[in-house]
Design a protein around this ligand. Structure first.
Ligand code: CA
Length: 231
């Protein structure tokens, strides 16, 4: 992901996961959603990461330390948000982790869309002061409240339409591929017809009512364009 000045205020997410495949796909998904993400594969490494993360996604089945113990130690040293990840059948561990101060939990397997929703929800609770209003021309998108306005007038979108718009609004001008949007707004691995995206995109454009705001970049994807320019 391109480094920008805004990185300084972006949310840092640490993935603690010993399965390299899962760790890679989580980091990639989080980065695409605009987070600064990195991963470590042991509990010990998780306790000494610098700079300190804002949120930790903690797999409880780690090779060195007990995940519940890692949660307890993280909590003792900071108010970092913690979402624990468990496999089915580890309900006891999950309850212990929540007792040790974890903010939420996810049960494997889970989709990227669900993970991102949990991350947003936890950050809303733990960092209520952070409001990254995304603005572009007449468009304003608030990821926290999921409220969208065009020239100050609220536009009511469906959840999918909002997710699609958010993909574009986090980096106006950048071409976002269809696959990226599908992964972000639907699930980590979407193999269905991409026609469904066109249907939601058409509805989104109609509701926004600003010609040229959502541009199709033929053969590549979509981006937010200069709405002032005629089509
Ligand atoms: Ca594991």
């Amino acid at each position: 992901m391109q480094e920008t000045d805004a990185d300084a205020v972006r949310v840092r997410v640490l993935v603690v996961e010993d399965d390299p495949g899962i760790a890679r796909s989580l980091v990639r998904g989080l980065e695409r959603a605009g987070y600064l993400a990195r991963s470590v594969d042991t509990g010990r490494a998780a306790l000494s990461v610098e700079p300190a993360p804002d949120l930790v996604l903690l797999d409880l089945g780690l090779p060195d330390l007990d995940g519940v113990e890692v949660c307890r130690l993280l909590r003792r040293r900071s108010d970092v948000a913690v979402i624990v990840v468990t496999a089915r059948g580890e309900e006891g561990d999950r309850v212990s982790a929540l007792d040790e101060g974890a903010d939420d939990y996810l049960v494997k397997p889970f989709g990227l869309a669900e993970l991102l929703a949990r991350v947003r929800a936890v950050l809303r609770r733990t960092r209520p002061q952070v409001s990254e209003l995304l603005q572009h021309g007449p468009l304003s998108v608030d990821p926290r409240t999921r409220k969208v306005t065009v020239s100050g007038t609220e536009v009511v979108l469906t959840a999918k339409e909002f997710d699609i718009l958010e993909c574009l609004a986090v980096d106006p001008g950048r071409v976002v591929t269809r696959q990226e949007i599908l992964e972000r707004a639907w699930d980590a691995h979407w193999y269905g017809p991409t026609k469904v995206l066109d249907v939601h995109m058409a509805a989104l454009r109609r509701k926004l009512g600003v010609p040229g705001l959502v541009e199709t970049v033929y053969g590549r994807g979509f981006r937010l364009g200069d709405p002032g320019e005629p089509q």
